[in-house]
Design a protein around this ligand. Structure first.
Ligand code: FAD
Length: 502
């Protein structure tokens, strides 16, 4: 061990971010390398939402060696094949954003080039869904994990989960504690900093206990106890593009149909989610208080519930945006303390996972090299901004004009980076995935088409196939996908037959 080695990491916060960080760090940094402690306060509690994920979470769980079936049972999880959007592009219209690609092998040319060539003037959301196994299976609430079936799309079913966030944190807590993470219950009342360089040296709990460390991970949620309240890092506010600033959440009784997707329905000044779990449905209304009152937003949510509510509504406030620096001095912000884009595409838990991965790749020593910190911040900025653009697209690319809210988002200015993407698509339907941006061309395509954008032409590369060949190929893909969806079991049956229900 060199004298520069980090010997103690303190994680502040025990929500999803805190326990994911504790689990991953303890799995990699063995106890004889450095000590890990996590402080959380039952008095403050956790944000209590955040239950829909994207497929990358499977990589996170696998990297910890977590058994999937045990995870599903213990967190009362269900499987997720994508998101169904109602009333976003237009009232009474729906589309599905599936995980996994559209189409099958297209000889290296993107599926959407051929799709656009064939459908140029007649593209509709239902037609597009027929090229996605996830979307077709979801229509009938079907699900199965991939099986070994050669070239069949059944060999390659991309999926994620809906899970109970409290149970997931408990599950990871157990994992981390068995790997020597020390958990301390207490309310942090003071953060101590070095008088010369401002680095954090320790925190004091109410009652006086002092906990010192070398590296601090701020997982304290929206309050940003270390990164903002102590280090005054600053916040970049994106409310002009993403005006949502409140949410009201209420669980309801379980839906026996167990839809294998998150449902997002656009309302007059925001949108409503419903997330089916084994034992309940998580519901919430994300809205902007400049366009609707708290009482009306709550009433709209209750009106939309498909099953009777359980308990009383939980109200939350936030400002969309990101911290000016995610890593500042010897403090790394992970989770809501780092920023919040809003939950429309279930990206926050992914951003936690991604930050943990980068932290482990760039794990510091006590020198805290500025170049290392800058790199971490640069890559994370990029990641946040690309996700931000993708979310803005959902609001901006709409023809809804039935409320002041929709008039605002439809006509607002948008970031240049998003404008470039939309302009390119408008020409000939091309979409480029840049660097390591999270959402690939399938995602952009499904949302662009779903929200009503139509390119004026098609990608010239689709000319490599005649119209007849293209029509035949697409017809055969539709048939294969329909046949595959047919043999899939109901999601509810799949869970019970495989012993996945607790
Ligand atoms: P929190 O859960 O708020 O945890 C903060 C922790 O810090 C708590 O343990 C608290 O006790 C502790 N703490 C704070 N102050 C102190 C103190 N002074 N002393 C000691 N301890 C302290 N993400 C998704 O990926 N999918 C979704 O579907 C999704 N939906 C969402 C819906 C809404 C409305 C919102 C607001 C968020 C949603 N998210 C979603 C985001 C997701 O909820 C968060 O990313 C995730 O829960 C992580 O939160 P956290 O751990 O950073 O913060």
């Amino acid at each position: 061990m060199t004298n520069k080695q980090i010997k103690k990491v303190l994680i502040v916060g025990g929500g999803t971010a805190g326990w994911m960080t504790a689990a991953a760090l303890s799995n990699t940094l063995k106890p004889d390398y450095c000590e890990i402690e996590l402080v959380e306060s039952e008095h403050i509690g956790t944000v209590g939402v955040g239950e829909a994920s994207i497929p990358q979470i499977r990589t996170f769980n696998r990297s910890l060696g977590i058994d999937e079936s045990e995870f599903v049972k213990r967190t009362k999880a269900t499987f997720k094949l994508g998101i169904k959007f109602d009333d976003w592009g237009k009232l009474n219209e729906s589309y599905f954003h599936p995980f996994g690609p559209y189409g099958l092998n297209m000889n290296g040319i993107s599926f959407h080039a051929f799709f656009q060539k064939l459908y140029t003037k007649t593209i509709n959301n239902n037609a597009l869904e027929e090229y996605s196994l996830q979307a077709m299976a979801s229509r009938e609430n079907k699900f199965m994990r991939p099986v070994n079936a050669g070239n069949s799309p059944l060999s390659n079913i991309a999926y994620a989960y809906h899970f109970d966030a409290g149970l997931y944190a408990q599950f990871l807590r157990n994992f981390a504690e068995t790997r020597s993470v020390k958990r301390t219950e207490g309310l942090i009342s003071k953060v101590h900093q070095n008088g010369e360089n401002g680095f954090i040296t320790g925190v004091s709990l109410e009652g006086g206990k002092l906990i010192e460390a070398d590296l601090f991970i701020d997982c304290s949620g929206f309050r940003g106890l270390l990164i903002e309240q102590a280090l005054k890092t600053g916040y970049i506010d994106w409310s002009h593009w993403l005006p949502m600033n409140r949410a009201v959440a209420v669980p309801s009784q379980s839906d026996k149909n167990l839809p294998p997707y998150t449902h997002s329905k656009a309302l007059s000044a925001g949108w409503k989610w419903s997330i089916p779990l084994q034992h309940r449905v998580g519901n919430g209304h994300v809205y902007c208080d400049a366009f609707i009152s708290k009482d009306k937003a709550t009433a709209q949510l209750i009106e939309e519930l498909k099953t009777p509510a359980i308990g009383s509504p939980n109200h939350l406030q936030f400002t969309t945006g990101r911290r000016k620096a995610f890593w500042n001095k010897n403090c790394v912000a992970i989770g809501l303390s780092a920023g919040f884009i809003e939950p429309l595409e279930s990206t926050s838990i992914h951003l936690i996972q991604s930050a943990i991965g980068k932290l482990l790749q760039m794990f510091p020593d006590k020198d805290f090299l500025p170049a290392n910190i800058q790199r971490f911040n640069k890559v994370t900025d990029y990641e946040y901004e690309r996700i931000r653009d993708f979310i803005i697209l959902h609001y901006h690319a709409t023809s809804r004009n039935d409320s002041k809210f929709w008039d605002y988002v439809r006509t607002m200015s948008i970031p240049d980076t998003l404008k470039e993407k939309i302009d390119l698509f408008a020409e000939n339907g091309r979409i480029f995935r840049e660097n390591e941006e999270l959402f690939n061309d399938t995602s952009w395509f499904s949302v662009m088409i779903g929200q009503g954008l139509r390119p004026s032409g098609y990608d010239p590369i689709a000319g490599v196939q005649s119209n007849e060949e293209t029509a035949q190929r697409l017809q055969s893909i539709r048939a294969t996908i329909a046949k595959s969806a047919e043999v899939m079991p109901l999601h509810s049956e799949y869970l019970s037959k495989n012993g996945l229900i607790d």
